[in-house]
Design a protein around this ligand. Structure first.
Ligand code: FES
Length: 325
């Protein structure tokens, strides 16, 4: 039995496609005959290549104890950059699709306190996998699923059939200030080992952070998975800067309207990327000199201070940035 193709990615079969809501489809991916899928942890995601040249990240929804298949939930976004539309149109039952091995930047911690899982819309996907893992551990957890309406709930069948469906609360159509009030009621004052896990649109997570802060939760007690970072504002005419690639002895000018990765690519320097939105960490690079302007949502403050930066969305405050590549 083997489970990888030569480059470490996998080719899997789309076994089942199902409309969860008018906008959300679930995809069941299975290994090809004679192959197996790598194990994964709760909160993990995979890169999916629905069509050549396009890659998107999607969380695994299913129980990490069962890696005979991977289940994804994909919402067709109104302002799609092509990814969710391609997933909905290209991934049909029976077709093969290339995916990466699972990666995890949204892991469960081992603390014994309350685990409060807050999902905004399609952000429920990694939290479902986490719920299954927490239930298997016998952990104290509750999942709060916020959606615009009952008709926009995905994976109702999975939740209803689970042994932990009584841990799930649904909240519909809430906007601040009512949303804030409900979140405050859910969070209450933090206990020593309590953790918040959240995934959803940026404004939803901002409300959670503000409510948690007001109740005395520390930032370290909040574990978040972002869909995407705010794209950096690339302003023609603003300051450009120079990146020096220390290992190659190469200096390149990054104009005000281009990202560092674009300039590197144009110069024939290969940089591994995946999300290109500052959320996956694939392009993280050590900085030897200079002051980066961090625009990512992946690295922690400590990691920024330790001299790491993302090349897809971050820029430079100093005229020169020396990178360890
Ligand atoms: S490619 Fe994902 S953070 Fe840069």
């Amino acid at each position: 039995m083997r489970d990888v193709t030569q480059d470490g990615d996998l080719e899997v079969i789309v076994r089942n496609v199902r409309a969860e809501t008018s906008e959300i489809r679930s995809f069941v991916l299975e290994p090809k005959p004679g192959e197996t899928l790598p194990a994964f942890e709760a909160g993990a995601h995979i890169d999916v290549f629905p069509i050549p040249g396009l890659v998107r990240q999607y969380s695994l929804v299913n129980d990490p104890a069962d890696c005979r298949r991977y289940i994804l939930g994909v919402k067709r976004e109104q302002n799609s950059r092509g990814g969710s539309s391609a997933m909905h149109s290209a991934l049909q039952e029976g077709c093969a699709v290339r995916i990466s091995r699972p990666k995890n930047h949204f892991s469960l911690r081992s603390g014994g306190g309350r685990n409060i899982l807050l999902a905004g819309g399609i952000g429920v996907t990694p939290l479902l996998s986490m719920s299954q893992a927490l239930a298997a551990r016998g952990a104290d957890f509750e999942l709060h699923y916020f959606a615009r309406s009952n008709g926009e709930l995905a994976f109702r069948g999975l939740i209803n059939e689970s042994a932990w469906s009584d841990r799930v609360s649904y909240h519909f159509g809430l906007v601040p200030p009512l949303l804030t009030e409900v979140i405050e009621e859910v969070l209450r004052k933090p206990g020593a080992d309590d953790t918040i896990y959240m995934c959803g649109p940026g404004p939803f997570m901002d409300v959670v952070r503000a409510a948690a802060d007001g109740l005395g939760w520390t930032p370290g007690a909040i574990v978040a998975e972002h869909f995407s970072a705010e794209p950096p504002k690339l302003t023609p005419g603003a300051d450009e800067f120079v990146v020096r690639l220390a290992k190659r002895g190469l200096e390149l000018v990054v104009p005000s309207d281009k990202a560092i990765i674009d300039v590197l690519r144009e110069a024939g320097v290969e940089v591994k990327t995946s999300c290109e939105q500052g959320v996956c960490g694939t392009c993280v690079t050590p900085v030897l000199e200079g002051e980066p302007e961090h625009n990512d949502l992946f690295l922690s403050e400590e990691e920024h201070e330790a001299g790491l930066m993302t090349l897809c969305v971050s820029r430079s405050r100093s005229k020169l940035l020396v990178l360890d590549i």
